[in-house]
Design a binder for this molecule. Structure first.
Ligand SMILES: [Zn+2]
Ligand SMILES: [Zn+2]
Ligand SMILES: [Zn+2]
Length: 975
C-alpha cells in the first residue's frame, strides 16, 4: 500500500497522459481482454467503449498480473469489482503500472487537501441552518445538499478520514449524517422539531379554539415549509386550523402580527375570521382581508386615494343591461348591424354534420346541447333543417314545420306522416334527406329502412299528386344547399320577398335572441377581465378553437362592447372588481407596492383563480423569507364558472414548488355512512386527491334514502315526515337543496305542519360552508336543468374559463359531494324515476349503501327506468298507454321516437320466443303472436263466424293497413 501515509507529500504533477492500445498481434488473440485500449485523464481512466473509472473509485494501487504471452493490469474498485486491462506487452506493463499509480496517488492526495476547506464551509453553512432552531425548509436543505453533497462521494472511500486534516475531522463528523442520509436526515430533524414544538405549545393548541385542536391540525400549524397545503375535508375544522396557525406563528414569535396576512374569499368569512382572531388570540393588528379588499388596499396605497367601485361591479344585472344597451346603440352602425345579423344567421349554432356522429345518442346530445331554434321560433332536429327554415324565413316564404300531411296515415306502429316543411301559399312540401352522394345515411341510421321510407314518401306524393321538393345532406357538404333549394323553389313558381336586416333584427329581438346574446357578452366581459387578458389574446384564443370562424365572429362583436365598457369606467372614474385584482397585480409585480407580509394564509384555496394565485405569488416574491399556507379541499371546488381553477390545488407543487401537504380527514360533522358514501362517490374521479375521511360519529344503518317520485311535494312530504319521526319532537335543522333555484318549494305549509323542523331552502352552491342535521336534495333528474346539470358551457365562455377537466361532470360530481356532506345524520335524495339522473343510476348500479325502497305507494314510483333504448342507446324505455294499448317509448322523445310493444295486461317487457311474444313479468302470463306479414301483434277478434286472429295493424280504409288473418295459432309453442 503506497497511500498509507496521510501526509504524503505530493510528487510533481504527472504531465503526460498515459494511454495504451493493444497491439495488432495481441488483438489476434483478443479473447484475453475486454478492453483493447484505455486513456488516463486527470481524474479518471477512460476505457475504450466510453466506460470510465474515476480515480476516487479505485481502492488500492494497480497491480500487474502475469500471463503467458501478455500481462494484465488489475484495477480494484471500492465496490469490490476488479477490472482487468489485458493484452499488455510484458515490456510495457511495469512502466504503465507506475505512471497510472502515480496519477491516481496525486489525484487522491490533492482531492483530500482541497476537501479541508470545503468541509469547513459545509460545516459553517450547516451551523447557520441548525442554529436558527426553526423548521428547516426544503429549499434551504436542498441548497446545502446541492452545495456540499459532493463531499459524500469522496468521503465514502475506505480510510478517507486518514487523508483529512485533523482540524477538519470534528467538523466532518458534525456534517456526516447529512452527507450520509441527505434530505432524509433533515426530515428526521424536522420531525423532532415538530414534536418538540407540539409539546411546548400544547396548552395553546388545547385552548385556542372551543375544542382542542386535533393532532393533525396541530401538526399542520407547526410545519413551516415555504409552501404549505392543508387539504381539509368537509367538517374537519379548517377555520380552526387557520386560527391555530396564525396564533402559533405569534406565540412562537416566528412572525410579528404585521407580517401576517390572512385571505378569505367572502366578506362574511373574513369578518368571522377577524373576530375569532381578536377574541381567541387577543390580537387586532393582524390583517384579515378578502381578495377584493386586499386589491383595494394595494391600489389606495399606491395611488394615494381609495378607488371608487363601479355600480356595475356590484350588480351583475346592471352590467348585463349596460351591455344590452350598448349593443342596441351599436346597431345604428351599419357594419356592426350586418356583422351581428351574420353572426345570428351563420354562427348561432355550431355546425356538425350528422355523418360525423357514431350513434344516435351522440347526435341527439349535440341537438340537445344546442337547442336549434329557427328564426320563426321552432325547435328543429338538425342544423340543416334550421338552415332551410331560416332561408325560407329570410326570403319571406311562409312555411310550416312538420305539419301533418294532408292525408292521414297514422296507425299503432306508424305515426302520421309529417313532411319536414309545407309551404301553405303554394301547396309545396319540402323533404330534407340525410343521405350523401352515394345514397348512404349517417352511420347511426338504419340505411335500408330510411331508403324505404324515402321511396314510400315519394310514391305517396305521387299517388296524391302533391308537389315535393327534395334536398340532401350532401348539398350542405358541398355548400350548395340553399342555392339548390332556391333554384327549385323558383322553378316551382315561389316568389321571394327578402326581409331587410332591420326586420330580421326585429324578429331576433322578439325571440329574445339579441338579449340572450347580450347576456352572453356580459358574462364574456366578466371572465375576459378576470382572466387578465387583452383583446389580442382573446382573438388568438378564438383562432385556436376548433370552431374558430364562429369564435372570431363573436370576438369581433365583443371588442367594441369592451371598449365602451372601459370608457364608461374611465368616464365615471371607477374600477370594477376585476380591475382591482388586475391593478393590484401590476403594482405588486412592478414594486410600486411594498408588501410587509411574510406569512400568507389563504382560506378556501380550492376556489382560487389564476389571477388571484398570481397576486399571491407576487406578494410572496417580495420577501425572501416568506411562507404560504393554504387551506382548501379539492373535493369541494365548485366555482369554475367564475374562473376558479381547481388544478392549482390539485397540482399545487407544480405551481408553487416543493410543498408540505397536510391532510385533515377527521370530520366532526357527518357520520361514517355519509362519509363512506360521499367519499366513494367523489373519488370516482381518480384525479381528485385521495384521502380517507374518518367520522367522529359512527352509525350502523345507511344514512342515505332514495325517494322515487315525479312530484316534488310527494318527495318533500315523505322526507319531512320521516325526519319528523327521527327528530322525536326535538328541534332539528333541515336544509332543502337543489341544483337550480327554480326548484325552490313553498315551505310555509311544511313549516306549519312541522314546527320543530327548521326548514331552509338554498341552492347547492349557496350551501357551501353550511351544515344541518338533515339534508333533502331535490331534482336529481336527467337533463339541462337536472343534477348533474347537462347544460353545456357556451364555447365562447369556455374559451376564457380554466381548462375543463377531462372527467365528465367533474365539477357537478363535487357539487353533489358538497350537497351530501352538509348533513350530519341523514340525506334524502328525490328523483323522478322516469328520468333519473346519471348520478342516481350510478348509485343504484354500483350498489352504494342507500335505502332504495323505503318509500312506496301512491305518488311513488316502483323502479328507476333501466331498460335501455335499443335505438339511441342513451335513452331509457318508459311504459306508456294510448288508445291502442300499452307500449314502451324512449324517454329521449321527440329526439328518439323509438317504441316497443309492451304487455297489454301489466305493461311489462315482452320477450320473443319463436313466433310468440311472452311477458317477462313473473306474475303475468300474457302471450301475443307476432304477425308474419308485418311484424306487428296478432289480436284475437270475434267475427260473425267465430273467433279469429287479426293483425293489430289492420285499419279499415286506411292508407296503411295489414290485412293478415289466421284462424288458429298454437299459443303453447313457447312452453
Ligand atoms: Zn331512444
Ligand atoms: Zn304482463
Ligand atoms: Zn300484420
Amino acid at each position: 500500500m503506497i497511500f498509507q501515509h496521510r501526509m504524503l507529500t505530493l510528487a510533481s504533477k504527472p504531465s503526460n497522459t498515459t494511454s495504451y492500445t493493444t497491439s495488432w498481434l495481441a488483438q489476434l488473440f483478443a479473447n484475453h481482454t475486454d478492453y483493447l485500449a484505455f486513456n488516463a485523464h486527470n481524474d479518471r481512466i477512460v476505457l475504450q467503449g466510453e466506460k470510465h473509472i474515476p480515480y476516487l473509485s479505485i481502492v488500492s494501487d494497480i497491480r500487474v498480473e502475469q500471463g503467458v504471452f501478455w500481462n494484465s493490469l488489475a484495477v480494484h474498485l471500492v465496490d469490490g469489482q476488479k477490472i482487468l486491462l489485458g493484452g499488455i506487452s510484458k515490456k510495457h506493463a511495469k512502466t504503465l503500472q507506475a505512471s497510472l499509480n502515480q496519477a491516481i496517488q496525486y489525484h487522491i492526495v490533492a482531492f483530500y487537501q482541497r476537501l479541508t476547506s470545503d468541509i469547513e464551509q459545509a460545516y459553517l453553512h450547516a451551523q447557520s441552518i441548525f442554529q436558527a432552531k426553526r423548521y428547516i425548509r426544503y429549499p434551504v436543505a436542498q441548497q446545502w445538499l446541492k452545495t456540499h453533497q459532493h463531499l459524500a462521494q469522496g468521503l465514502k472511500r475506505q480510510g478517507a478520514a486518514n487523508y483529512v486534516e485533523p482540524s477538519a475531522l470534528t467538523m466532518l463528523q458534525a456534517i456526516q449524517p447529512m452527507l450520509n442520509h441527505g434530505y432524509a436526515y433533515i426530515e428526521q430533524w424536522n420531525e423532532a422539531y415538530v414534536q418538540q414544538q407540539l409539546t411546548e405549545f400544547q396548552t395553546f393548541f388545547d385552548q385556542v379554539e372551543s375544542n382542542p385542536l386535533t393532532d393533525k391540525q396541530r401538526r399542520a400549524c407547526v410545519i413551516d415549509e415555504q409552501h404549505n397545503l392543508v387539504l381539509a375535508g368537509a367538517g374537519t375544522g379548517k377555520t380552526s386550523t387557520m386560527i391555530g396557525r396564525a396564533g402559533y406563528l405569534l406565540q412562537s414569535e416566528i412572525a410579528h402580527p404585521q407580517e401576517i396576512l390572512m385571505l378569505a374569499f367572502a366578506r362574511k368569512a373574513a369578518d368571522e375570521m377577524e373576530e375569532r382572531i381578536q377574541t381567541k388570540l387577543g390580537v387586532n393588528v393582524l390583517t384579515v382581508k378578502t381578495f377584493h379588499s386586499l386589491g383595494k388596499h394595494i391600489i389606495s396605497q399606491v395611488e394615494g386615494v381609495v378607488p371608487a367601485i363601479s355600480k356595475m361591479a356590484e350588480d351583475e344585472h346592471l352590467r348585463a343591461r349596460f351591455v344590452d344597451a350598448q349593443i342596441q346603440q351599436l346597431l345604428n352602425d351599419e357594419q356592426y348591424k350586418s356583422r351581428l345579423v351574420t353572426y345570428f344567421l351563420r354562427f348561432s349554432y355550431p355546425y356538425k354534420s350528422a355523418f360525423g356522429f357514431k350513434s344516435l345518442g351522440e347526435y341527439n346530445q349535440y341537438i340537445l346541447d344546442n337547442e336549434l331554434r329557427t328564426l320563426q321560433g321552432e325547435l328543429v332536429k338538425s342544423y340543416e333543417e334550421c338552415e332551410i327554415a331560416n332561408f325560407l324565413y329570410r326570403q319571406g316564404v311562409r312555411y310550416q314545420y312538420e305539419a301533418n300531411y294532408q292525408i292521414n296515415t297514422s296507425g299503432p306502429d306508424y305515426k302520421a306522416y309529417q313532411p319536414d316543411f309545407f309551404l301553405p301559399d303554394y301547396g309545396i312540401y319540402i323533404e330534407h334527406f340525410a343521405v350523401n352522394e352515394h345514397n348512404q345515411t349517417p352511420p347511426f341510421i338504419d340505411q335500408k329502412s330510411y331508403l324505404e321510407g324515402m321511396t314510400w314518401k315519394r310514391s305517396l306524393h305521387e299517388k296524391h299528386q302533391t308537389q315535393l321538393i327534395e334536398t340532401y345532406s350532401y348539398q350542405k357538404h358541398q355548400g350548395i344547399l340553399t342555392q339548390s333549394l332556391s333554384e327549385q323553389l323558383q322553378q316551382a313558381g315561389v316568389s321571394f320577398k327578402p326581409l331587410a336586416n332591420n326586420e330580421l333584427l326585429k324578429q331576433l329581438n322578439q325571440l329574445g335572441q339579441v338579449s340572450a346574446f347580450a347576456q352572453l357578452l356580459a358574462q364574456v366581459l366578466a371572465l375576459f377581465k378576470s382572466a387578465y387578458l387583452n383583446i389580442k389574446d382573446m382573438v388568438t384564443l378564438a383562432g385556436q378553437h376548433e370552431d374558430k370562424e364562429r369564435m372570431q365572429a363573436a370576438a369581433f362583436l365583443f371588442e367594441p362592447i369592451l371598449e365602451l365598457y372601459q370608457q364608461q369606467l374611465r368616464d365615471t372614474q371607477t374600477i370594477d372588481f376585476e380591475d382591482m385584482i388586475g391593478l393590484a397585480i401590476r403594482y405588486v409585480e412592478s414594486g410600486q407596492y411594498q408588501s410587509p407580509y411574510r406569512y400568507l394564509l389563504v382560506d378556501e384555496f380550492q376556489d382560487i383563480s389564476a389571477s388571484r394565485a398570481r397576486l399571491v405569488e407576487a406578494l410572496l416574491n417580495q420577501q425572501a423569507d416568506n411562507s404560504l399556507f393554504c387551506v382548501g379541499d379539492d373535493w369541494q371546488s365548485i366555482y369554475r364558472f367564475t374562473g376558479s381553477d381547481v388544478t392549482i390545488t390539485k397540482e399545487f407543487t407544480k405551481h408553487f414548488g416543493y410543498t408540505a401537504t397536510s391532510i385533515l380527514d377527521k370530520t366532526f360533522r357527518f357520520n361514517n355512512k355519509i362519509g363512506e358514501f360521499s367519499s366513494k362517490f367523489v373519488m370516482r374521479n381518480r384525479t381528485q386527491i385521495e384521502k380517507q375521511m374518518h367520522s367522529q360519529h359512527q352509525v350502523g344503518q345507511p344514512a342515505i334514502s332514495l325517494i322515487k317520485t315525479n312530484q316534488d311535494s310527494v318527495g318533500l312530504n315523505a322526507a319531512l315526515s320521516a325526519i319528523h319521526v327521527k327528530s322525536q319532537n326535538k328541534t332539528v335543522s333541515v336544509l332543502i337543496l337543489a341544483r337550480n333555484s327554480f326548484k325552490r318549494p313553498d315551505l310555509t305549509a311544511y313549516k306549519n305542519q312541522y314546527p320543530n323542523l327548521q326548514l331552509q331552502f338554498m341552492t347547492v352552491h349557496a350551501s357551501k360552508g353550511k351544515e344541518a342535521d338533515y339534508v333533502i336534495i331535490l331534482g336529481l333528474d336527467k337533463g339541462k336543468h337536472g343534477f348533474p346539470s347537462e347544460k353545456v358551457t357556451p364555447p365562447l365562455l369556455d374559451l376564457l374559463l380554466p381548462k375543463a377537466e377531462a372527467f365528465a361532470y367533474a365539477e357537478e360530481r363535487r357539487l353533489f359531494y358538497v350537497a351530501v356532506t352538509r348533513a350530519r345524520h341523514h340525506v334524502y335524495l328525490i328523483s323522478d324515476a322516469a328520468k333519473a339522473s346519471d348520478f342516481i343510476r350510478e348509485l343504484i348500479h354500483d350498489e352504494y349503501e342507500m335505502h332504495r325502497d323505503e318509500f312506496h305507494g301512491t305518488g311513488f314510483q316502483d323502479k328507476i327506468a333501466d331498460k335501455p333504448c335499443s335505438q339511441c342507446q342513451t335513452g331509457f324505455m318508459l311504459t306508456k298507454d294510448n288508445q291502442y294499448g300499452s307500449f314502451f317509448a324512449c324517454n329521449q322523445y321527440p329526439l328518439c321516437a323509438h317504441t316497443e310493444p309492451a304487455c297489454q295486461w301489466c305493461g311489462g317487457e315482452l320477450k320473443e320466443q319463436g313466433r310468440l311474444k311472452v311477458c317477462t313479468s313473473k306474475r303475468c302470463d300474457y302471450i301475443e303472436p307476432i304477425c308474419p306479414a308485418c311484424g306487428g301483434s296478432m289480436r284475437l277478434r270475434k267475427g260473425p263466424y267465430g273467433e279469429f286472429w287479426a293483425c293489430s295493424n289492420y285499419r279499415k280504409g286506411s292508407e296503411i293497413s295489414c290485412e293478415h288473418k289466421e284462424k288458429q295459432i298454437d299459443l303453447s309453442a313457447h312452453l
